[in-house]
Unconditional design. Structure first.
Length: 518
């Protein structure tokens, strides 16, 4: 943990990564605490009709029983999917997979058939831990399933595998602008790499009485490694509670019922709270990341929560690398904070040299939360690095020692906190019988930051219509995910193309922006 006191400058000056030669996240988030105090509360389960406090001892029992069952077919190094929403079993599933020395793959419950199949086939998954609702879908794709609720309780311990900090542990898929989603392969050190930034963004998370929650799903790195696993590792009870749709009006009740003091709200959730004029009392810290908030949102947060929202920054490949911390230094509107201790950040010019001008945000090799590689993508991995630096794909500039986010270099769409790759949606729409060619871009939106807009050129036998647009939207919903379908469809006679036949998304982006009526 970070020291209980001291300035930001002192933290940076005295910081050293303390990573042991042998490290397994199952011990880090569960077994170590269960050995010390089996009755300490690990998860506050609010997914049912009543509150249920789950201790570290109980969590270990669930994980051990699941590990014994998994070990019948899963070997060290195998990839195992976890297709569940926020629940005690979701935490137990990752822990059980790590105990075996296998690699867990967090998967989003809103993924439809094609999105799941792409990820599971790319990872060559041997099995998927899921619930009864998704058993048939996964089975239809040809993958074996295990539903934890079907298991009988086991009291037989399952010791964690003797893994090292560089051994692979989790494979998290992230969207890009070209091709299918890439899997960022992380080692057992990834959780240690997240801890300084998580503690910093919650003004030294781990204070007496802290209880943490996020409405973000645990299938994403923001839910899994910004909240669930750091909370468990720090001994901070984690609340499991996620509705299908975020309801601003229910937040205060949840905070009171579960005793929540620390929350990670994605920016879209904050905007929904603001639009609903919702204030929440009783919180000690609120963190937010994924996109800059701005002065107006920070001012509203002080009134709505009685505290300053701490922004933080990172990405699936290397997360929690910059953060604000109201208890250490004042926020600067438009900036995403300062470098988190242990993570070397720079803004690089076109020659790959640090600059004070606008350039590429980069992270120095050695950050503990940095991925090992893109799964089976040697060329993409090499392109991600420039000498001693990992390129984030974002543009930024220094404002003193604060990092100001300028924008993305690529065309990844940021919508309601999700990073959506246009290529996957384009590939899906091209399978429809009416579509000749298509270009997908993000269109600015006040609530979601961007919405997905698809510009479609139809085949000769088809004509534009509202009915066809709705059909294309449903086509994507049924195959990818409900959050990534095109909320708007535009029909064009032709797309702007390069001489080599590539869609010029920048021109489509300008067109989409021009369509907004101010």
């Amino acid at each position: 943990m970070l020291p209980a006191s001291g300035s930001y400058e002192d933290l940076c000056a005295g910081f050293r990564w303390e990573i042991p030669d042998r490290l397994n996240m199952a011990r880090q988030v569960c077994d170590g605490w269960a050995d010390a105090n089996t009755d300490r509360v690990a998860i506050i389960d609010m997914t049912g009709d009543t509150r249920r406090d789950v201790t570290y001892g109980q969590l270990r029992g669930l994980a051990d029983g699941l590990a014994h069952e998994l070990a019948k077919t899963v070997k060290p190094g195998d990839r195992v999917g976890v297709l569940r929403s926020q629940s005690v079993w979701t935490a137990a599933a990752h822990i059980a997979i790590w105990k075996i020395g296998a690699i867990s793959i967090p998967l989003f419950k809103l993924f439809a058939r094609d999105a799941l199949e792409t990820r599971l086939k790319d990872a060559d998954a041997v099995l998927v831990v899921t619930d009864d609702d998704s058993r048939a879908l996964v089975g239809a794709l040809g993958f074996s399933t295990l539903v934890p609720e079907d298991l009988s309780h086991s009291d037989q311990p399952f010791p964690a595998a003797d893994t090292g900090p560089e051994d692979p542990a989790v494979l998290i898929y992230t969207s890009g602008t070209t091709g299918s989603p890439k899997g960022a392969l992380h080692a057992h050190r990834v959780l240690t790499g997240h801890l300084p930034g998580v503690e910093m963004s919650h003004d030294r998370l781990g204070q007496s009485g802290d209880v943490i929650w996020t409405p973000a799903d645990w299938a994403w790195i923001g839910g899994l490694f910004d909240v669930l696993m750091p909370g468990l590792a720090l001994g901070v009870p984690v609340v499991a509670a996620r509705a299908d749709k975020f309801d601003p009006g229910s937040c205060q009740h949840l905070v009171d019922a579960a005793g929540i003091r620390n929350v990670f709200f994605p920016p879209t959730a904050l905007r929904m709270l603001k639009a609903a004029d919702v204030s929440i009392t009783g919180l000690r810290s609120v963190g937010s990341g994924g996109e800059p908030l701005g002065a107006e949102m920070l001012d509203w947060g002080r009134k709505a929560f009685g505290l300053t929202i701490n922004e933080f920054y990172g990405q699936t490949e290397c997360n929690m690398i910059a953060s604000s911390a109201g208890s250490m230094f004042a926020p600067k509107p438009g900036c995403i904070g300062k470098p988190v201790p242990g993570h070397g950040l720079a803004v690089l010019d076109d020659a790959g040299q640090p600059t004070e001008d606008e350039g590429d945000i980069a992270v120095r090799r050695g950050s503990a939360s940095m991925m090992l590689e893109y799964w089976n993508r040697a060329e993409a991995t090499a392109e991600k690095f420039r000498s001693d630096w990992m390129l984030t794909g974002d543009r930024g500039v220094w404002d003193g020692d604060y990092l100001r986010f300028v924008g993305r270099e690529d065309d990844v769409i940021t919508s309601a906190g999700y990073r959506i790759g246009p290529a996957e949606i384009e590939d899906c729409l091209l399978k429809h019988k009416a579509v000749a060619t298509v270009g997908v871009v993000g269109k600015p939106d006040d609530l979601r930051t961007e919405i997905v807009k698809a510009y479609v050129v139809l085949k000769p036998d088809f004509a534009p219509s509202d009915q066809l647009a709705a059909e294309l939207q449903d086509f994507v919903k049924e195959r990818l995910a409900k959050y990534s379908y095109p909320r708007e469809i535009g029909f064009l006679d032709a797309l702007p193309m390069t001489v080599t036949g590539k869609v010029i998304r920048k021109e489509l982006k300008r067109r989409a922006t021009a369509e907004i009526r101010y």
